[in-house]
Design a protein around this ligand. Structure first.
Ligand code: ZN
Length: 166
């Protein structure tokens, strides 16, 4: 696209890191988003993905700078200080919201997290929450807490299995 400010040059697009000052929250960096730059006047126009949960995720516990890394598919990962690994996504939450009670109990029992500390979608998987290396430990904890071995790695699938057992 032609630069809307100077109208002298086409803007170049690249995926890069962008300090998200528009968020109004200090030290938020968006990683791997498309940023357009004008080669003539230097105008910078980021394409900031729409994230409905962004505001609540900014209230995550922990201290220090926040980094949100986007994938090309539109998912993103948030990291902040000592807390990391929560995947946020533009994917639907319609199904997982049907299991809200099970979800909040599960997240508290397994991860010691309250609803303001996580965001899950219909596509969230266990290793989003803990990282792959810790996944076996988390499965063991689910076995201990709920008395069965989940047959799926998706949180939605696990919530359904918990429901089915009640
Ligand atoms: Zn320009």
């Amino acid at each position: 696209m032609r630069c809307p400010t100077c109208k002298k040059a086409e803007m170049l697009e690249a995926r890069e890191e962008y300090p998200y000052v528009e968020s109004g929250i200090p030290d938020v960096t968006l990683k791997n988003i498309i940023v357009r730059r004008c080669t003539a006047c230097g105008e910078v126009m980021p394409k900031i993905p729409k994230i409905s949960q962004l505001r609540s995720l900014m209230r995550l516990p922990g201290k220090g700078p926040i980094q949100i890394t986007f994938s090309i598919e539109g998912n993103c990962w948030i990291r902040r200080g000592g807390f990391s690994g929560s995947k946020i996504t533009s994917a639907s939450t319609a199904e997982v919201e049907k299991y809200a009670d099970i979800a909040s109990e599960f997240m508290l029992r397994i991860f010691d997290m309250t609803p303001d500390q996580y965001a899950i979608s219909d596509e969230s998987i266990l290793s989003d929450m803990v990282g792959r290396s810790e996944e076996p430990d988390t499965v063991a904890k689910i076995e201990a807490e709920y008395g069965f071995t989940p047959s799926t790695g998706t949180l939605l699938g696990i919530f359904r299995e918990i429901q089915d057992r009640r």
